[in-house]
Design a protein around this ligand. Structure first.
Ligand code: SF4
Ligand code: SF4
Length: 342
């Protein structure tokens, strides 16, 4: 498989990585087989997170016995203080049990203010120290908000950024990609399938393959998915006329109900957890049953009952989504899922 250079980190990685979310939903042996098939087919980096349930443990077991330098392991954690992040990094190292991590990332930096606070309170210094000790090789970050992403890209210590990039979220994706190039920061395209909202693997992968220097890490949980994605990544990088037509069609169809997670609609004065509700289908598709039916998720979904239909959220949504209708439908699908899985 061809390689992508992750900017100033100097890491040349396979064009496609292995995203570690969906393996939370399958058994350990199955997960190990899927990961090993991905490695056999040329995928040489895996991205996971402290927050992905048992994903780190499964990955650690799958790579046991392989030459350590043959596969790059990236993980991340949400700690916003050095104490918390240190504890999370130590747990990641223990669960992955692979000696060192090729990259550790600040998971979901929410705003420039968040990032400033993390620099001031020593959270960035902690990863610099861990890097100097050789426990991690590189420092990265992930973000969902453009302001946070741009602030991170202004920082010389962030070697690689993870950003949600797919053809529905094209404009912010291109903006972030442009700044990554300018700053020589590596770019990992997370959520290439729109967090589970886009089903057409062919156009999702082919869309991103047209951009040199962008490395997507689709989540995969079957050997068939791995083989399909690797096959697509190995095709010539130019989009065909058919692909372009399909992307245009999907953009038109999905544009009317695809939540970009920009959070402009938040907060709701009545306490409705709009963005959680808007992502219910994605959670059901990607997370483990235990995570989906957790008390915190149930509580968030129940917040839909506080909606007084004031419409304030819809006036703030730049994509004109029918939020009031979508959150109610999402809550119904969630209830159905809970009933089917209890
Ligand atoms: S319509 Fe409902 S969810 Fe939207 S802002 Fe008003 S109360 Fe909140
Ligand atoms: S509903 Fe609209 S405003 Fe709210 S997060 Fe989604 S896209 Fe953004």
């Amino acid at each position: 498989m061809g390689k992508v250079l992750l900017g100033k980190s100097g890491m040349a990685v396979s064009k496609i990585g292995f995203g570690g979310i969906p393996i939370m939903r399958i058994g350990e042996d199955e997960a190990i087989n899927v990961i090993r098939r991905a490695i056999d087919l040329g995928i040489d980096w895996i991205d996971t997170a402290r927050g992905y349930s048992d994903s780190e443990e499964k990955i650690g077991k799958a790579i046991k016995g392989l030459p350590r330098e043959s596969i790059r392991i990236f993980s991340k954690a949400p700690g916003k203080t050095p104490e918390k992040l240190k504890e999370q990094l130590e747990t990641s190292l223990e669960k992955l049990d692979c000696g060192y991590l090729d990259m550790y990332q600040f998971h979901l930096v929410r705003s420039p203010a968040d990032w400033e606070a993390m620099k001031k309170n020593g959270t960035l210094d902690l990863l610099k120290e861990m890097k100097s000790k050789g426990l991690i090789k590189h420092i990265g970050a992930s973000a969902h908000h453009i302001e946070a992403a741009l602030a991170l890209l202004d920082d010389e210590f962030i070697e690689v950024l993870q950003w949600p990039f797919n053809f529905i979220m094209e404009a912010p994706g291109l903006e972030v990609m442009g700044k990554c190039r300018e700053k020589n920061t590596g770019l990992i395209a997370m959520k290439p399938f729109g967090g589970g909202q886009l089903d057409n693997a062919r156009v999702c992968i082919r869309y991103l393959m047209q951009y040199p220097g962008v490395a997507p890490d689709p989540g995969m949980m079957t050997i068939e998915q791995v083989e399909e994605v690797v096959g697509l990544a190995n095709l010539p990088s130019q989009l065909s006329i058919k692909d372009k037509a399909e992307i245009k069609k999907l953009k038109t169809e999905l544009g009317t109900h695809f939540c970009r997670m920009c959070e402009y609609c938040m907060p709701c004065e009545h306490g409705v957890k709009i963005t959680t509700l808007m992502r219910i289908d994605s959670f059901i598709k990607r997370l483990s049953v235990e995570q989906v039916v957790s008390e915190s998720m149930k509580e968030a979904v129940e917040s839909v009952t506080s909606c007084v239909e004031c419409g304030a959220c819809e006036t703030k949504c730049p994509y004109d989504l029918a939020i009031m209708q979508q959150i109610k439908q999402a809550a119904q699908r969630y209830q159905q899922f809970v009933e089917e899985n209890s």
